[in-house]
Structures are given as structure tokens and as C-alpha cells.
Design a protein around this ligand. Sequence first.
Ligand SMILES: *[C@@H]1O[C@H](CO)[C@@H](O)[C@H](O)[C@H]1NC(C)=O
Ligand SMILES: *[C@@H]1O[C@H](CO)[C@@H](O)[C@H](O)[C@H]1NC(C)=O
Ligand SMILES: *[C@@H]1O[C@H](CO)[C@@H](O)[C@H](O)[C@H]1NC(C)=O
Ligand SMILES: *[C@@H]1O[C@H](CO)[C@@H](O)[C@H](O)[C@H]1NC(C)=O
Ligand SMILES: *[C@@H]1O[C@H](CO)[C@@H](O)[C@H](O)[C@H]1NC(C)=O
Length: 398
Amino acid sequence: LRLQIRWSPGMRLLAKIVVVYCTLVSLVVLSMLYYYQAIDFNSNLQYSMAISTELRERALQSGHDTWDRSLESLARLWNESLAGLPRIEIKIRSRWRWPFSSTSHPVMTRIEQHFNMTRIYAMQKISRNYFNPIRHVIDYRDLEAFKRDCNIKSFTMKNSTGENRKTCDVVRTPITHYRTCAVVGSGGILLNSSCGAEIDAHDFVIRSNLPPTVPFSKDVGRKTNFTAVNHARLIAVRRALKARNPAIRAAMLARLSSSPGMVFGYSLSLPDSKKNSRYLHSVYMITKEHNVPVIPAFSHQSYMSSKGLWSKMGGRRWTLPSTGLNVFGLASTFCDRISMYGYFPFPDVDGRPIPYHYYDGVKKPHSAHKMKGEFDMFQKLHRQGLLRHVVDKCDPTL
Ligand SMILES: *[C@@H]1O[C@H](CO)[C@@H](O)[C@H](O)[C@H]1NC(C)=O
Ligand SMILES: *[C@@H]1O[C@H](CO)[C@@H](O)[C@H](O)[C@H]1NC(C)=O
Ligand SMILES: *[C@@H]1O[C@H](CO)[C@@H](O)[C@H](O)[C@H]1NC(C)=O
Ligand SMILES: *[C@@H]1O[C@H](CO)[C@@H](O)[C@H](O)[C@H]1NC(C)=O
Ligand SMILES: *[C@@H]1O[C@H](CO)[C@@H](O)[C@H](O)[C@H]1NC(C)=O
């Protein structure tokens, strides 16, 4: 008995169209996977976004290196071929990796449950009006080109005028977009917390003012991918690098090398300030001379000029937001899931006294910072699933 299927010419044409269509779609999908590493196929559709919008937003945020016209046309093709299908989340990475392997640490899978991505994407829209790594964290090596070609006030090209004003594109930022970030403050609450492993499990770890990590790594982690320093700290770092005492110089070089590839950013605006330029320049020259794997970065706009964001986030328009708060604001533009550690301004917990910093004997906070108000705002954002504000101890068995 032979089974014979008789195809009508119409059916044959349809089959051909289906085959061609499927091949084209797979080609597009494969090339996208190859170039842009689509990792987690997000099973939780509630949290996923339309790919074109996502891809474009991320590409725009992640600087000029990853964004060009061909990306735009690929995104459009991809969009069309996916119409009506479940949406997936795409992550842009410059390196190729097998797309179906999970990148997340098991701890992160649990932590991720905390976040409400709908609200986070809405918050990113707001904070991007105030912070932007393209303006706030610029590779120091681009400083000369920046001064030569850019209008320092407007961040547009000097030679562009009127309607054709073009955003400065001679500078790069070493920051891209990250799935999980830990923003680590210096609060004494971190002592004996065992949070080090959990902090290091994040894709990107951010600290302020280059605190020591090595002797405290069990509690604060080892990894630093970005540290933002204020004026006083920049001067202190430079002074240590130029100290007569070789032990002081070596200690500072060691701290700057403790996390290879770390971005060392200045949190206040730099380009038209000759003096600060000189400080950052010496940090750049000295670290280069010693082959320290650090990326000094300057800021076109002071973090302090973003005060309006805090009232929008449910806090106040503080006169002097802390560096930690500013770093959180900046991170909220390029990190999807932020966990905050070491932000706890109180002198004791359950009657147990805790130092102000985990690493030095400082007792009292800077009187100008409104740490209690900042704390309350973090708590509120935590309850809304916009960030994780960690004040408890972590699981020491990690
Ligand atoms: C992708 O498709 C959606 C609707 O399906 C549309 O709103 C959006 O503009 C499209 N994006 C691009 C880049 O074509
Ligand atoms: C996330 O936030 C949105 C918008 O505020 C809300 O409608 C939704 O219920 C929240 N989801 C969860 C799981 O809490
Ligand atoms: C403006 O500057 C850019 C970058 O420096 C350069 O590529 C472009 O040719 C310049 N345009 C004019 C009209 O000079
Ligand atoms: C941390 O633990 C050590 C030893 O158990 C103890 O001496 C110290 O007081 C603790 N520090 C804090 C801040 O709890
Ligand atoms: C963060 O820093 C660590 C080294 O401390 C490095 O291994 C890791 O690749 C960095 N992550 C990113 C996203 O740059």
C-alpha cells in the first residue's frame, strides 16, 4: 500500500513560500544571535518588551560603538518577522557566547523575583532625562577631542549650527547596559554581613570614592566595575599616587588595580576646569605608566545638576545629595536590576552600635547630607520593586 500525497499547484506554491519564509526568518534570527547574543528567552512575558524598542533604547544608551544604521535595519527586519509571536528579551554584548546558556548566577535567579520590570522601565525613562553615561562617564582619552570639537555648554558639535545641531559624537563611554548591578555604599552595616559573594554575583558592581575592598571582601565583595569619586577623593588619590613614601604609592596603585578594567570616574563636571583636569590627568598618566588596568573617565556634566530627579523618585530636592545617591541615579539609566548594599545611616541596629563606614573610624555623617531622607526614599523604592535595598545579612554559605 503506498501513500501518495497529491499536491495541487496552489498547495505547492504555498509550501514553497512557507519554506522560503522559514529559511529567511531563521537566517535573520541566526545572524541576530550571532551579532547581538540573544540570551534569556524570557519566559515571563509580562516582563519582556518589544524587541525593536528595547534594542534601540539600549543601543542609544550604550554609546556609539554598538549603534549604527545596519543595526536599525536589522531591528526592523527582526521586528517584522516576529510580529504576533511571543516577545523575547535581547541583550547586547560585544562578545559572542552560546545564546541558550544561562549567564545568571543561581543567587541572581532568586534575587530577580524582587523586581517589577514594568515600573523599572518607566523609571528609566525619567532618570534618563537627568543622567546619561554618554555625558557623565566619558573615556579620559577623549578629553582633547572633546575640547576641540564639542561645544562644552550644549554637548553639541562645534561646527553644527541651528537646526542641524548634532550631539557630540567624538567621545565614548566605557559603560554599556547591564542586567544586574550592585551599588555598594560604605556603611558600617556591611561589617559581618557576609554579602561579598552576593555582591560579586552581579554583572556590574558600582562603588563610590574608591573604598578598600580586599581586607573586607567577605562582607563587601572584591569586584568593582565602576567607582565614582568626588573632588576631595580625586585630590587624595592623586596625592597618594605622588607620595614620597613608596608604600603609600604602592597601596594606591594596588587599590586601583584590584578589579581589572575598573572605570574610575569623576563625579563633577571637568572640561572647563583646568585644575581638576590636571588632577585627573596625573591619575591617568601615572596609572598608564604603571600599566594599571583602570579606565579614568571624566564627566561633562556634574552629577549635582540632576537634583530634580530625587523629588520625582519620591524623595526631596536635597541641597547636597550624597555621591552614593547620585551614583544610584546614574546606574538607574544603564542597569535593569539594582541592589543597594551598605546604605544605612543609623548609629546602631537593635542596640548594637555600627560604625559609619566599614573601613575607617569615622563616627558621624557629613552634616550637609540628608542621609535619613535618602534612606527613606530607598526603602520606598524597595517596596515598589524598583530596587533592592539590602540592610540584612546575606547567606554566608554562598
Ligand atoms: C515594531 O513593531 C511594532 C508593532 O508591532 C511597531 O509599533 C514598531 O514601530 C516597530 N518598530 C520598528 C523599528 O519597526
Ligand atoms: C508592577 O507594577 C505595575 C505598575 O505599577 C503593576 O500594575 C503591577 O501589578 C506590578 N506587578 C507586580 C508583580 O507587582
Ligand atoms: C564637523 O565635525 C565632524 C567631526 O569632527 C566632521 O566629521 C565633519 O566633517 C565636520 N563638518 C563640517 C561641515 O566641517
Ligand atoms: C563583627 O564580628 C566580630 C567578631 O564576631 C565582632 O568583634 C564585631 O564587633 C562585629 N562587628 C559588627 C559591626 O557587628
Ligand atoms: C567587572 O569586573 C570584573 C573584575 O573585577 C570582571 O571580571 C568583569 O568582567 C567586569 N564586568 C563587566 C560587565 O565589565
